[in-house]
Ligand binder design. Structure first.
Ligand SMILES: [Fe+2]
Ligand SMILES: [Fe+2]
Length: 191
């Protein structure tokens, strides 16, 4: 789905089941990082009006998601805290070209793939968790993450032609699928 080249493995759902609190805390961090990524893209490409308009919307939505996860943690008596990161974000960022305009294409497509993976995992979690409040919460998030994916892929076409973007998206999605297949011992949204 959404240009991803793999489905999440069953192993990940087992990691969530045994470490739900930590995954919820990591989810809050993910929403904060999604807002920070959109803010950073806006700063880098501030002369692209359409990109800025879209980034302001995404920053607003991701901060609202962040706020909602923090509320959920508070209702459950789970203290929000710093967590050592998994390797997903770092490994994806390493794929980004240092040279413009390829760098812009890569940053937007990597952001889009993270949105796609989040969306896929929210959908999986919505069907998997027994907790009705949590299932509804995940269900309420995946639509906006799917929309963010589409926005990032569309914006990448401001910096390269359509077929170049399609080809690069496929390359990056294959690399993303390989990182997901490796897995990570820390229980995280993207381990
Ligand atoms: Fe979000
Ligand atoms: Fe998002």
């Amino acid at each position: 789905m959404l240009n991803l080249q793999s489905e999440s493995p069953a192993r990940w759902l087992q990691q969530v089941d045994t470490n739900l609190e930590e995954v919820l805390i990591d989810h809050a961090h993910c929403e904060h990082k999604a807002a920070a990524t959109a803010m950073s893209l806006m700063g880098s490409y501030i002369d692209n009006l359409n990109l800025c308009q879209e980034m302001t919307r995404i920053v607003d939505e991701e901060l609202e998601h962040f706020h909602r996860v923090l509320d959920l943690l508070a209702r459950r008596g789970i203290a929000f805290r710093r967590l050592p990161p998994g390797h997903y974000g770092r490994r994806l960022r390493a794929l980004v070209s240092p040279h413009e305009p390829q760098r812009a294409v890569d940053r937007l497509l990597v952001a889009g793939l993270i949105e796609a993976r989040s969306c896929e995992r929210f959908r999986l979690l919505a069907d998997h968790v027994c907790d009705a409040e949590l299932a509804e919460f995940y269900r309420s998030l995946f639509e906006s993450e799917a929309r963010h994916h589409t926005t990032y892929v569309r914006l990448a076409k401001h910096f390269a032609d359509e077929s170049t973007v399609r080809q690069r998206l496929r390359e990056l999605a294959l690399a993303e699928a390989a990182i997901i297949a490796e897995g990570h011992p820390l229980p995280r949204m993207h381990s």
